[in-house]
Design a protein around this ligand. Sequence first.
Ligand SMILES: [Zn+2]
Length: 419
Amino acid sequence: MKNRIQRFKSFFKISPIMLASIFFFVVVQTQAQEFDILIKNGHVFDPKNNIDSIMDVSIADGKILQVAPDISAENAKKVVDATGLYVSPGLIDIHTHVFVGSKSDKFADGNNSLSPDDFSFKAGITTVVDAGTSGWRNFPLFKSQVIDESKTRILAFLNIVGTGMTGDDGQHNLDEMDAVKTAEMIQEYADYIVGVKIGHFDGESWTPFDRALEAGSKTNRPLFVECHLPQYTLEDQLDRMRPGDIITHSFENIKERAPVVDKQGQVLQVVLAAKEKGILFDVGHGGSGFWFNQAVPAFEQNFWPNSFGTDMHKFSVNRGMKDMLNLMSKFLNMGMPLKEVLLRGSWNPAKSIKREDLGNLSVGAVADIAVLSVKKGKFGFVDARDNRIDGDRKLEAELTIRAGKVAWDLNGISAKKFE
Ligand SMILES: [Zn+2]
């Protein structure tokens, strides 16, 4: 018994010394720890964590290390002065066509798609979602040819059509629209495929829509409805969609789909009811998907989009759309507060694709960051029909960081000054 008490005592004798040395070790280690980048004095917008104030952000090993006021620059390898700039989670564009390849005049494996690194970082984008350019037959080719070769994070909505957007008869062949094969491909590439797309179909049958829904239900993924579906009414499409499903080209005004605003300038009741039900409305600007005669009255009636998908491709990039920041600037100049604009460019799209690991600056999250400026001056913004609105503010990407590395630096704010 005595022996046991002695052992007990000696344990407690050693223990405080051990504790002290561990504490000392930890303190020394923390003080000496170097980190890669420190962004100082920027206005941080991080909606997930309710941050909307001047803060510093430190980055180590590709991840967010700390978000706090006045972090010491002593151990930072690189310091960026972001005074007067806005620090946002890296932007997420949920409507792009990036399955580039050599096929002439094709989206899938073709030159109608664009290479994501060519447009993403310069617009503050760190993640793009490809909107069904590939399907269950050719997703592996898309992955090896584009996803694995790009610095931009590329996710995808898988087209219910096996060959994706080929623009040929395959798009109308019901045998190609296989819910089981689509679900299997999603499960095989679960880290990359975030939903199912139903896009182009000329027939009256609801089979393509129902099969896309089936594949989405089997894999707990949202539907992405691109709605070039002239035989379906908008009301019927919205009726079939589930809460959390996404509809794009929300402010389009063409024959093949009903507009969201009626001829009297009022947002349709069925549209308001769908939004209430939880359907998410993406912009999907593209070459013809964004009209001020829809977007302005809708905005004034508080019908605001959930996300700013650009519908980036060869036919939209050099027109009114230009890039995601230009699209966001349109809404900024229509009167949407900057905070709401940035929410719809980062955290909202992350949630809509069920990737809540993205679109935020939580400690430990991947360091995907956009440092933006709001330029003041005289600017013009053009819709899909060459109508212009004038504005006095424009968003610009000063610095884009992808997984802790500088991917774009417009004015060299992260570079060493030449002396
Ligand atoms: Zn599209």
